[in-house]
Ligand binder design. Structure first.
Ligand code: AP5
Length: 213
């Protein structure tokens, strides 16, 4: 099964992707995490991507497409994968179609999760991430047992730089102008599953599982 998760920043793609990966036994390919790793390791890709990311802008298509192609022919993806954060432009979606053809792969579904902008802002401004293991929390909706400390590994919980309000608004603008047209792109190809992202994490997950079945 090959699934794309589509939706505005902070709608819960990462949260739902992780639950789906566990339920369906397939890995997640998360472009945001891959890019943040490149930035941490200060690779040439990471150095180039860093300024776009901190401004809340998209990293150039040419960098992203090459990174994804390497990953989808790499290890551990034989049974399928969940793409979170790619494609994000029509150019990326067309390149992905060509990759699927080239490697004889079939895209099963595009899961489009949506909530109003106010919810996005609430979710992103309260998000905290473990600096050690990357686990994701929310100060109100999904808090750790001890404030500021990861339940899984005891690491410190930090706010992502691009989760400050002015950058969130920029990311939403970029999403609406550049990524949202992919909803029609995949609807026209009969691949789109529209999921209401409001309600608890569990409620959203149950909706996804019901639709996929
Ligand atoms: P990326 O890391 O992909 O950011 P994003 O799309 O903005 O998505 P997020 O990870 O912020 O949110 P999410 O939807 O995964 O939400 P989450 O589950 O964490 O990209 C970062 C940057 O990298 C981009 O700005 C760009 O520069 C670059 N980039 C990446 N891919 C690219 C590409 N293909 N092309 C070009 N550039 C690219 O949830 C958010 C919070 O809400 C959490 O705290 C969670 O606990 C909480 N939450 C989740 N579900 C619920 C719920 N149902 N109720 C209440 N709270 C909830």
């Amino acid at each position: 099964m090959i699934v794309v998760l589509l939706g505005p920043p902070g709608v819960g793609k990462g949260t739902q992707g992780e639950l789906m990966a566990r339920r369906f036994g397939i890995p997640r390919i998360v472009t945001g995490d891959m890019l943040r790793e490149e930035v941490r390791e200060s690779t040439s890709l990471g150095r180039e991507a860093s300024s776009y990311m901190s401004r809340g802008e998209l990293v150039p298509d040419s960098l992203i497409i090459g990174m994804i192609e390497k990953r989808i022919v790499g290890d551990g993806v034989r049974k399928g994968f969940i793409l979170d954060g790619f494609p994000r432009t029509v150019v990326q979606a067309e390149a992905f179609d060509r990759m699927l053809d080239k490697y004889g792969l079939v895209l099963s579904r595009v899961i489009f999760i949506n909530v109003p902008d106010d919810d996005v802002i609430r979710r992103l401004s309260g998000r905290r991430i473990c600096e050690k293991c990357g686990a994701v929390y929310h100060v109100v909706f999904d808090p750790p047992s001890v404030q500021g400390v990861c339940d899984k590994c005891g690491g410190n919980l930090l706010q992502r730089k691009d989760d400050r309000e002015e950058t969130i608004l920029k990311r939403l603008k970029v999403y609406n102008e550049i990524t949202a047209p992919l909803v029609a792109y995949y609807r026209d190809r009969n691949l789109l599953l529209e999921i209401d992202g409001s309600g608890s994490i569990e409620e959203v997950f149950n909706r996804i599982v019901k639709e996929i079945k």
